[in-house]
Write a protein that binds this ligand. Sequence first.
Ligand code: R5P
Length: 262
Amino acid sequence: MDWGQSNRLSNIIKPETGKTVMLAVDHGYFLGPTSGLEEPKKTLEPILKYADTLMLTRGVLRNCVDTSIDVPIVLRVSGGTSVLQDDLSKEGITVATKDAVKLNASGIALSIFVGSDNERETLLNMAKIIDDAEEYGLVSLAVTAVGKDMVRDSRYLGLASRIAAELGSHIVKTYYCDDFEKVVRACPVPIVIAGGKKIPEKDALVLARNAIDRGAVGVDMGRNIFQSDSPVGMIQAVREVVHNNATPDVAYDLYNTIKNEK
Ligand code: R5P
């Protein structure tokens, strides 16, 4: 890893704690105006300052985020399907890496669909953007997307995460599962977890705690923050878990305190 990549990686994963709270708001790339992200600018305005990294698409970055922000960007560079399709795995590369550099991205992220009909193409796309990341000094992040028929267990997620790392991804984003430590142990690069569908705030904090305790370097969380009844409270509570080793109970109290301040 060269100096630029190392520098960008340390902007994403904070050296003080070795952890990161990435805020994922890229869902519109296949879901359109999904709940909580109908107006991305409004969603982001109060919570952006609590994010260590912002994961989003080129269009939302350009149109809904002020150029003066100092939060590192991980740009989603895969897409090509919508929620109207049965098979979401037919993704291609949607952003030229040169444009990601022009947008001052620290990293580029692409979904791989291991086990799908499109496995080969998405893995080769991953390899391509990893090569680009090496050329331009960016961080590459692989998202282990899970098809409808796949089981989110440690065997499958371990397989997909390991393949992503073997291809050369610098960070792997996957899902929490039972025996998550097995996924982490077999993956030689840092892992962040997606939050998944909205669940009660306390449960999402337990999820984050479990993931960190079992070796994740952080979360790349979306819906459990921006669909919360207090996104500002929730993102700060997640930070307490990830960076300050808070228990879910303590973090949940913080969430309630901030929520009730209004
Ligand atoms: C998939 O749509 C995106 O990569 C999301 O960024 C990812 O699923 C994380 O968001 P959430 O915490 O809502 O699952």
